[in-house]
Ligand binder design. Structure first.
Ligand SMILES: [Fe+2]
Ligand SMILES: [Fe+2]
Length: 367
């Protein structure tokens, strides 16, 4: 069935969103001299490809009202007048649409990542980065496919891409230098997405949603590692003016993501009082913690790649996330990889047990 029928607002799926490119496609004639760490990431990228049709158990059902199986405390509206006025059907409808909104942004964001990674392959000067980027294009294609299947088959409702997410992507893709695409997508948008995935992965009660997030995060750990390596090398040689431009981009992008990316489209789609709902979401304790947590992957990465001037630090201090600079990204990424592997082991053990039971039943039946 066409996605057109699943969009909550009429969306012309025959029209494409066209973003012009201002950065040249570059060929390189140096086929040797790859950087060892990039090469090992490229190798890992090739070795760790997975197929969601095989690795995930799509027979698992989801609850329509709560597709991801998030605990009640996750709902910022609980205990507010807006919530109290709703009957059970309206509440279910609301939580369904909240989940559909956030997973739709994940899906569109993954498409953004696929397109950005493809542009990186074109524009980045070094062959080793092009090689690695090519594996990332494939990773992101698998992510789009997987999120789209979950949304279409299991959730059934899709929201269009949030305007502020689109604005940031637009800026990153239209920049004249190749690294802005990486800075916008890999460091800011993916950093934010990773934190949101992680939070939902750890709280998800639905095993299919949990598998999906854990497996996607396993790949994202490589993407962030690549972004750090590629940008750290490139940024070591920036002039003051160039560094300034990038720091401005980071500050603007971070405020955009923090203040505007709030799911207002859900209130509009359901005919709820938008201003009142925004206030509730803005002031809810959970939302405030959540918004802070969203920066847990971005801040240490920005520091690590060397964009740590005064205005960036001031921005993070105002957001109350400056101490996240001390988080150990390598440890966080290793934990993401381990979680995915642990889920694989759990599934394999469960399947072995099912096979054993089937075998026993078969023996019993033939006795
Ligand atoms: Fe991705
Ligand atoms: Fe990614």
């Amino acid at each position: 069935m066409s996605t057109a029928e699943k969009y909550v607002v009429p969306t012309d799926v025959t029209a494409t969103w066209d973003v012009p490119a201002n950065c040249s496609a570059r060929f390189s004639w140096e086929y040797d001299e790859p950087r060892a760490r990039l090469l090992s990431l490229y190798q890992k990228g090739k070795d760790k490809q997975w197929d969601s049709t095989k690795r995930m158990d799509w027979s698992i059902d989801v609850d329509w009202a709560n597709p991801v199986g998030m605990p009640e405390e996750y709902n910022p509206f609980l205990g507010t007048s807006v919530w109290d006025k709703m009957n059970q059907k309206e509440r279910d409808n609301f939580t369904h649409h909240q989940a559909a909104w956030s997973w739709s942004q994940f899906m569109h964001g993954e498409q953004g990542a696929m397109i950005t990674a493809a542009r990186i392959v074109e524009t980045v000067p070094d062959m080793d980065s092009k090689f690695y980027g090519a594996t990332q294009v494939m990773d992101e294609a698998r992510h789009v496919e997987t999120f789209a299947r979950f949304l279409q088959e299991k959730v059934g409702t899709v929201f269009p891409m949030n305007k502020d997410l689109a604005a940031l992507l637009n800026d990153a893709l239209q920049a004249k230098d190749w690294d802005f695409a990486y800075l916008g997508m890999q460091v800011l948008i993916e950093g934010l997405a990773l934190a949101a995935f992680g939070l939902q992965r750890d709280m998800a009660g639905n095993p299919l949603a949990k598998q999906l997030l854990a497996y996607v995060m396993q790949d994202e750990a490589r993407h962030v590692a690549f972004g750090r390596l590629a940008l750290k090398d490139a940024y070591a040689e920036l002039s003051e003016k160039e560094r300034d431009e990038r720091e401005d981009f980071v500050v603007e992008g971070c405020w955009l993501m923090r203040n505007r990316f709030l799911g207002t489209e859900v209130y509009e789609a359901l005919g709820l009082p938008v201003k009142e709902c925004q206030d509730i979401a803005d002031h809810s304790e959970f939302q405030q913690i959540f918004r802070t947590l969203l920066f847990s992957r971005i801040v240490p990465c920005v520091k690590d790649i060397g964009l740590w001037g005064e205005k960036v630090q001031k921005c993070y201090a105002e957001m109350g996330v400056l101490d996240m600079a001390g988080h150990n990204l390598d440890e966080l990424m290793k934990a993401d990889e381990d979680q995915a592997e642990a889920l694989d082991k759990e599934r394999a053990a469960m399947q072995a047990r099912i096979a054993e039971v089937d075998e026993t039943i078969a023996v019993g039946a033939s006795a």
